[in-house]
Design a protein around this ligand. Structure first.
Ligand code: HEM
Length: 412
């Protein structure tokens, strides 16, 4: 039996490199140059994959609560999860199991729906929520000062069961089935120790995190991600994304914030084009700032049209969120579109699952979200339905390292 069982090697696909032969050679986007054909993103590294990694097309995000009170059980699960994640991101089955050798009276340990699939750039990223730092596991003294539930912002209509969570895992892949398989198998291995709090599927990545990617569109039809931090901007990433100099388990990590934002598409779809463009301060077709030709032109924040006011309206989303109007604060956006069926009124339950990643929520997220909550013209067409925040530990040093090691060592 193959000890590092490769899914496609057995099921007749092109076959991936066996785990031991995956060569570390990633560019700044985190994509692995050597294994690009098999679309493998390197799992180990100074930062977790799935943050500045070129944003994949699909998301399965899950938040869990820990139901066990036993610190050792939690540690064992995190070690198991890391090993499984390492395997799955390399295109292997979740556990070391060859289905052709599983007895007819045994339960297969991998659920099987990704047997014949490439990992399609699968990344798995873990984060720990504020509630994990209560008295249960002895982590209270190691809670990062900024890891606090987000304040309730003006207009928030939060649905409690979709908020918070002790642990989050973000699975991103260019193949939705691969992302779902990963979360499903991790959740299955966690039974008795963790249980799902909520989860969200996303499609059509509504942001870009590298310059190579073409800016996609959100469900309002606007290009989204133009002025995002890109993986190539390593200085900006160091300044705004990665936690450093705290001498804590979080150095090299970051904070990940999620907001499920329902779009009132039936209202939006009735608005004339000029109103839609004024909402964002950008041209719908090209993505250019109003008053400019090209998508990547600077926002003309100080220009006026005769006496009729600023070219970019004072309530335009792009103006209010811009670093120029927020003391230089920036965030990394990794949002996804979602549609979750139809509500009781026959309206689409659809929108943007917004993900922001920053090294200081207090400096780079909360003030901007407050400002948007108060004045964003977009508020006429959206409803904020969930909020969560997680501290994501740094990346894994080598194949013996595991998710949460630093936190456990800091509180041993
Ligand atoms: C349904 C919700 C949202 C939609 C449809 C949306 C859409 C957009 C669009 C179309 C742009 C302009 C293009 C670009 O630079 O990417 C933009 C920019 C931006 N948005 Fe949002 N956004 C949403 C929510 C949020 C939230 C909740 C935040 C933060 C709290 C945020 C922060 C930003 C930032 C920082 C920029 C870049 C501004 C700049 O520097 O030019 N967005 N958004």
């Amino acid at each position: 039996m193959s000890r590092s069982f490769s899914r496609r090697a057995l099921f007749g696909g092109a076959g991936l490199l066996a785990a031991g032969t995956v060569t570390a050679c990633s560019d700044s986007s985190g994509r692995d140059g050597v294994t690009a054909a098999a679309a493998i993103v390197k799992f180990n590294g100074p930062h977790q994959a799935g943050i500045v990694t070129a944003q994949q097309d699909r998301l399965h995000f899950a938040a869990f609560n820990v139901v066990s009170k036993d610190r050792t059980e939690l540690e064992e699960l995190l070690r198991t999860w890391t090993a499984m994640a390492r395997r799955m991101t390399r295109g292997q089955t979740a556990v070391d199991e060859d289905i052709s050798e599983v007895g007819q009276h045994s339960v297969p340990q991998d659920t099987g729906e990704a047997y014949d699939l490439e990992p399609a750039n699968l990344t798995l990223t873990i984060g720990f929520g504020p509630s994990l730092f209560d008295e249960r596991f002895g982590f209270a003294s190691a809670r990062p000062a900024e890891l606090e539930d987000l304040p309730k912002f003006a207009g928030d209509q939060l649905i409690g069961k979709l908020c918070g969570g002790d642990i989050a895992i973000q699975a991103c892949s260019d193949n939705p089935q691969v992302a779902v398989h990963a979360i499903r198998n991790l959740a299955r291995a966690g039974r008795g120790v963790v249980e799902y709090k909520w989860s969200q599927l996303g499609f059509g990545h509504a942001s870009t995190t590298t310059r190579e990617q073409q800016t996609p569109r959100n469900l309002f039809g606007f290009k989204d991600g133009t002025n995002n931090i890109k993986a190539e901007d390593t200085d900006l990433a160091d300044e705004h994304i990665w936690v450093s100099g705290t001498n804590s388990w979080l150095d090299g990590g970051t904070f990940l914030i999620t907001r499920r934002i329902r779009m009132l598409l039936e209202n939006w779809d009735r608005q004339v084009l000029s109103d839609q463009e004024e909402t964002f301060g950008r041209v719908k077709s090209s993505g250019a700032p109003l008053g400019r030709e090209n998508e990547f032109d600077e926002l003309p924040l100080d220009e006026y049209v005769g006496t009729s006011g600023p070219v970019i309206p004072l309530t335009a989303h792009a103006r209010l969120a811009s670093h120029q109007e927020n003391g230089g604060a920036r965030m990394l956006r990794r949002a996804y579109n979602f549609t979750d069926g139809i509500d009781d009124f026959g309206h689409m339950d659809a929108g943007l699952f917004f993900i922001a990643i920053v090294n200081s929520p207090a400096e780079r997220f909360i003030p901007i979200q407050k400002k948007l909550a108060k004045s964003d013209k977009m508020n006429e067409y959206v409803r904020y339905e969930s909020s969560a925040i997680f501290a994501c530990p740094p990346g894994l040093a080598d194949d013996n390292d595991w998710w949460g090691r630093g936190l456990f060592e800091a509180t041993a």
